[in-house]
Design a protein around this ligand. Structure first.
Ligand SMILES: [Zn+2]
Length: 344
């Protein structure tokens, strides 16, 4: 549920509404554990949040999670997760690695969304970016339960930083809902062809980016070798007395900093190259998700989580002098395949 965009608080409410026993209640019934007096046998959001992070559910057993300062002081301290000793696959998982990964992805998702003072989170909150300065769009109330979005930097710092990108929340919701509905309709009409074209298109794009990454990688590796040579030279010159000590140290520091930076960049590039993205799987997920919303009456936060990566909101025509652009970037770029087909 969390992976599809529902908050821990809402999950606890749903579980309570559906009378699913909470862990305390379950322990009481099955194992005869007595709870503390006054325990209310209901799910709470803190329980949900900690369960979402518990790797025991995917079959691993973490150990040495806490420590005491010394044998004289028995107070336990939580250790950082990086210090845990994790024994993998000690027992059969009750949730899949895939679902676990989706929960982590949702946590990382930029679109956590802010609540307003009255506790309202707009479906689009956290998904919108200003086309001109790149910062997030902020929700503001315009009275009567009506909302509008505007460039966050403009709202904070005024015109000198960025101009107004005001847009009524209802207008934006309609644009995005219409786009989703239209895409769903077209996918349903021609699902097989669109799926195949997407996979082919994607393979082409990937091939290009792999080529570019390999070239970049080679360039960086060459520079690292060059830097090693330069450091060696500086060191030799210093030994021969051709270079003052402080200058030599300065050079070596500068070179080794650059080398370190290059090494992290290389590691990132290598990770990108080895990342075997399962594009067919993601396209199928996306098609399945969007089909659910063929007749959606309104835009919901869950829809946004499942389908949208981000939305870039352009400025008003009276300021930019051109038509307003709203660029919807979907999680899977099927839109470009559809556009391509239209142009043919
Ligand atoms: Zn802006």
């Amino acid at each position: 549920m969390y992976a599809s965009g529902i908050s821990p608080r809402r999950i606890s409410e749903i579980l309570n509404e559906e009378n699913v026993p909470c862990p305390g209640q379950y322990a009481f019934e099955k194992l005869g554990h007595k709870g503390k007096p006054g325990d209310r046998r209901l799910w709470g959001q803190i329980t949900i949040a900690s369960m979402l992070k518990n790797i025991v559910y995917i079959g691993h057993m973490p150990q040495l999670m806490s420590t005491s300062i010394s044998y004289k002081n028995h107070k336990r301290y939580k250790k950082d997760q990086s210090e845990w000793v994790v024994v993998h696959n000690t027992h059969p998982p009750i949730i899949s690695q895939e679902l676990w990964d989706r929960v982590r992805e949702r946590e990382k998702s930029v679109a956590q969304g802010r609540k307003t003072a009255t506790g309202y989170t707009h479906p689009l909150s956290g998904f919108l970016y200003c086309a001109d300065c790149g910062c997030k769009m902020k929700l503001n109330s315009v009275g009567n339960n009506k909302y509008a979005f505007n460039c966050g930097d403009h709202m904070r710092f005024g015109k000198t930083i960025c101009f107004s990108h005001h847009i009524a929340a209802k207008t934006l919701e309609k644009i995005i809902l219409d786009d989703i509905l239209e895409m769903a309709q077209r996918i349903i009409l021609d699902e097989k062809v669109i799926r195949e074209e997407f996979i082919r298109h994607n393979a082409e794009v990937q091939e290009k980016s792999i080529k570019a990454a390999k070239k970049e990688l080679q360039g960086k590796r060459n520079r690292i070798e060059e830097l090693s040579r330069l450091m060696q030279l500086a060191y030799e010159d210093r030994l021969k007395g051709k270079m003052p000590e402080d200058i030599c140290i300065g050079f070596i520091q500068k070179y080794s900093e650059e080398q370190k930076k290059l090494e992290t960049e290389i590691a990132e590039l290598e990770a990108k190259l080895t990342e075997t993205e399962n594009t067919i799987q993601s396209a199928d997920d996306f098609i399945r998700n969007i089909k659910k919303y063929l007749e959606a009456p309104e835009l919901t936060r869950e829809m946004c989580y499942e389908l949208i990566d981000r939305i870039i909101v352009g400025g008003l025509p009276k300021i930019t002098g051109k038509e307003r652009e709203i660029d919807i970037v979907y999680k899977v770029d099927i839109a470009s395949v559809l556009r391509h087909k239209l142009n043919k």
